[in-house]
Design a protein around this ligand. Structure first.
Ligand code: RIB
Length: 408
């Protein structure tokens, strides 16, 4: 069984900053680097470093040697990469001090993949070969349709999500690998279990893997759901963590590993990536993963508590202006007293304190994302006493709502 990755190659321009720049803000970068990247390229490198042989197909600019070299040096077959007279795809990446990032891409050469390129490349592959795809290249829908006709095993990581993804027939896919935000964008549900239910109902044969940030990841197959926690590391740069996860997962599955083991290796490899800077260059080789996998700390997660907490949060966000403890106790089916003590145990706050926190955070989101008048937002949050709300807001954000809005 062969593995083909039809995917993007980008040059990443990476800036280290105290925090991600806000609209209207100018910041001094404390560092700057140029790295090879692109979701496609990163995933091919992850596959190769985890021990799989992978063919990478796509387009780079005539000066894309940095990109083809790193693939070649890692043992990736690059015979299906075309050089085109177009600027290389590139990404501008801000990395904040806490390791979080913000990325925008310019597709450049990645949009030069034609239907003829697709047909030519796919003619070298057959039934049951794996094809891995992301959403940073041209003709994605065409590739999915042709690969499906050939009965290939299609693994889609639909990042970044845009309208192209909604044109695809997910019943043609074997696996979809997404994060929480993408799960919500596709299913319409905030709640992970509702999202999983959505996929089960609409695409019964599709195997779904959702990465849940600090809460690990979850796999849903035809008859099973498996959760896996994350490994604890100090975050330096989260870029390519998802790509590492995808590459390692696909590699394990292609070798016939159990899903539980594939999730474990993928989680460990992506934690190592997070502890280093850069995209492709930060992806570990299999020997590093093997060495660390049983010695690294797994973040203990009580999945039952998490599930309860998600139901509490949903109850609050669905009715932020007037939700009461009694509403939540009705939703959970517990007594009011027990529900109150549960919220205290899970969040460290009383229901009232927790509700204020949620409301203030909701108001901040509204101030950032909408132009709604401040008094309207305050009402939406359920406060009649504006002065009280403003006091809570200032305690949390150190500025009043108007100043906060001006900073966006
Ligand atoms: O997933 C990380 C990648 O996203 C970066 O390497 C960047 O090029 C963008 O494609």
């Amino acid at each position: 069984m062969k593995i083909l990755n039809f995917g993007s190659c980008n040059i990443d321009y990476v800036y280290s900053l105290a925090h991600i720049a806000r609209a209207g803000e100018t910041l001094h970068a404390s560092g700057f680097n140029i790295f090879p990247g692109g979701k496609g390229l990163n995933q091919s490198i992850a596959l190769a470093r985890s021990g799989s042989f992978v063919y990478h197909a796509g387009c780079v600019g005539v000066d894309g040697t940095l990109l083809t070299d790193i693939l070649k040096d890692n043992g990736v077959d690059i015979s299906y990469i075309k050089k085109v007279r177009e600027k290389n795809g590139h990404a501008v990446i801000q990395v904040a001090a806490d390791g979080e990032n913000s990325i925008f891409i310019n597709s450049g050469s990645n949009t030069m993949i034609t239907k003829t390129d697709v047909d030519n490349t796919l003619s070298h592959f057959e039934k049951d070969d794996i094809i891995l795809l992301q959403n940073e290249i041209s003709n994605l829908e065409y590739i999915v349709n042709r690969a499906y006709e050939k009965e290939m095993c299609i693994v889609l990581n639909p990042s970044p999500i845009n309208e192209t993804i909604f044109k695809l027939n997910f019943n043609m896919l074997s696996y979809i690998m997404i994060n929480e935000v993408e799960a919500k964008a596709i299913s319409g549900f905030d709640d992970i279990e509702e999202s999983l239910e959505f996929f089960k109902t609409n695409y019964p044969a599709l195997r779904v893997i959702i990465t849940l940030g600090k809460n690990g990841c979850v796999y849903q197959g035809e008859n099973e759901i498996i959760y896996h926690p994350i490994y604890e590391v100090t975050a330096v740069d989260t870029t390519a963590a998802g790509d590492t996860f995808t590459g390692y997962f696909v590699s394990s599955v292609s070798r016939g590993d159990s899903i539980a083991n594939a999730l474990k290796r993928a989680s460990c490899a992506s934690a190592i990536t997070v502890s280093r800077s850069g995209a492709a260059t930060s992806i570990p080789v299999a020997a590093e993963v093997d060495k660390l996998i049983d010695s690294m700390n797994v973040r203990k997660i009580d999945f039952d508590s998490n599930r309860l907490m998600r139901r509490v949060e949903k109850c609050i966000t669905d009715n932020i202006s007037s939700v009461t403890l009694s509403d939540i106790s009705d939703e959970l089916g517990y007594s009011i007293v027990y529900t109150g003590s549960l919220i205290k145990k899970l969040t460290g706050f009383s229901f009232k304190e927790y509700l204020h926190k949620k409301r203030v955070a909701f108001a901040a989101e509204q101030l950032r994302d909408t132009n709604a008048p401040i008094s309207e937002i305050i009402q939406k949050c359920g406060y009649r006493n504006e002065g009280y709300f403003r006091k809570l807001f200032k305690e949390k954000y150190k500025v009043n709502p108007l100043e906060y809005r001006k900073r966006r």
